[in-house]
Design a protein around this ligand. Structure first.
Ligand SMILES: C[S@@+](CC[C@H](N)C(=O)[O-])C[C@H]1O[C@@H](n2cnc3c(N)ncnc32)[C@H](O)[C@@H]1O
Length: 455
């Protein structure tokens, strides 16, 4: 039996200590203190650390005034006024003496070196959405941690359903679902999805998650297919309000981030105007995550100190366009174009005309983070031709700038994320992040295709 394994005996009596303003003595400023102190501070305890030395993190907590630190060894009397003690020095004699004093003064005491001699045990704890999970197995701290992780994870992702019994306020959560890979939604978004009565979902975003929803969850398809059949925004707004009015918990699941070319604010305003509570859960935008999944950083030290995200849904000469293309052409950093597949050639032309070099590397990443991800590299001058030659379609992100060539072969696999496949123009398999050079299809008439720096 290891020294930290308590002997068989009656189970511990679980309790939640309310430590706000109450003295807690921590003896020893090492790794155990570093692990336990944040929770004690979060509980509002009046922590006194007694230790000749402390780890940098523990010292920083003392410097920040979160705990008081007396830089010395243990002295009899240190437990005076304490409600609870954590004894964790690396000297068993000191631990024994302090533990004896705690017993004498009837102070509950945890010992890092000898669980059997302790009067209290620290459970494996985790918190999510107002629930504290605390697990004691008595003999097996790893099992406690594993059970804790399973419960917390299950509550977070909704696979462990624990309905709330307090009255729920009907309302709408506008949830950013990330770029498509179901693992790239936030923990909060996933939980709200699991708790929803109705989910109104876009075509983009993590569609796989919809299959996991419980059978009673109604899924409404709000697909807005580009330039095709569309459910008008007005109708989506009305549907959100109608479901909220019917007393349902509504999730509006959107691709990427709701406020990045997502009309999230229009929907939030419509719900708020109708008098229902609205929550917005940010998501991982495709503008950054799709290039990353294909091995392209939007900034890179010494290469790009800025990135600009631009919508290409209107042609540069369209009077409705709010984009100052000549000004963008003068920037040296990275340009990330969304909704730009159809007008990429015209956009490239205006950028070159106003000063961006024709040979600037560009990359087009279609259906990023999904199993169908494709990446095609070209130069700015060859962008339109490459898109046509490779039959690239929305949804795709276009990255313009030297960052396209920043990745080194050895790092690409790690950066690429999901190991996904996609067929290339010549029929060979491309993994996520792999490049189809534009000249494979004779794409770039004006210069050599970028090597893309890929494996
Ligand atoms: C209406 S905008 C919505 C953007 C979204 N709110 C976001 O933050 O990512 C749709 C455009 O986002 C880009 N996009 C979204 N998901 C994508 C993906 N998985 N792969 C490539 N592009 C994507 C495409 O440019 C697409 O035309």
């Amino acid at each position: 039996m290891s020294p930290s394994t308590p002997p068989p005996g009656p189970p511990a009596y679980p309790v939640g200590l309310r430590l706000a303003g109450r003295r807690v003595l921590v003896l020893g400023g090492g790794a155990v203190a570093r692990r336990r102190l944040p929770a004690l501070v979060a509980a509002g305890a009046d922590v006194l650390l007694v230790s000749p030395a402390a780890t940098p993190t523990v010292e920083a907590m003392a410097t920040a005034g979160e705990i008081r630190w007396e830089q010395r060894g243990y002295r009899h009397g240190d437990l005076d006024g304490a409600w609870y003690a954590l004894i964790a020095t690396d000297d068993p004699e000191v631990n024994r003496a302090a533990s004896a004093e705690a017993e004498e003064r009837r102070v509950w005491c945890v010992r890092s070196d000898d669980a059997a001699a302790a009067t209290a045990w620290t459970p494996a704890t985790g918190r999510t959405d107002g629930v504290t999970v605390a697990v004691l197995t008595g003999r097996d701290p790893r099992r406690s941690a594993a059970v804790r992780d399973a419960v917390v994870e299950g509550l977070r992702d909704g696979s462990l359903t624990a309905p709330r019994h307090r009255a729920r306020t009907p309302g709408v959560a506008i949830v950013g679902g990330g770029p498509g890979d179901p693992d790239l939604i936030t923990v909060r978004g996933r939980r709200l999805l699991a708790e929803a009565d109705v989910v109104i979902a876009d075509r983009l975003g993590p569609r796989d998650l919809l299959e996991e929803l419980p059978a009673h969850t109604e899924v409404v398809d709000a697909a807005k297919i580009p330039y095709g059949r569309a459910m008008a925004q007005e109708a989506i707004n009305e549907a959100l309000v109608e479901h909220a009015r019917a007393g349902r918990n509504v999730v509006r699941l959107k691709g990427g981030d709701p406020y990045v070319f997502g009309r999230g604010m229009e929907e939030a305003n419509a719900v708020a105007r109708a008098g229902f509570p609205v929550t917005v859960v940010p998501g991982i935008t495709s503008a950054v995550s799709v290039p990353a999944a294909a091995g392209i950083p939007v900034t890179h030290r010494g290469v790009a100190h800025e990135f600009t995200v631009v919508s290409g849904h209107l042609a540069p000469d369209d009077p409705r366009s709010l984009v100052d293309w000549p000004a963008l052409a003068r920037l040296r950093g990275t340009l990330v174009l969304l909704m730009a597949v159809e007008r990429a050639g015209a956009i490239a032309e205006v950028l070159i005309r106003h000063g961006r070099a024709a040979g600037t590397p560009v990359s087009v990443i279609q259906e990023g983070t999904t199993a169908a991800q494709r990446r095609v590299d070209a130069t700015l001058a060859g962008l339109g031709t490459a898109i046509a030659a490779h039959g690239l379609r929305p949804p795709a992100v276009v990255v313009v700038g030297e960052v396209v060539a920043a990745a080194e072969a050895a790092t690409l696999t790690a950066l690429a994320g999901r190991p996904s496949g996609g067929s290339t123009a010549d029929g060979s398999e491309a993994t996520a992040g792999a490049t189809e050079p534009a000249d494979a299809a004779g794409g770039d008439p004006t210069g050599p295709a970028s090597d893309g720096g890929v494996a």
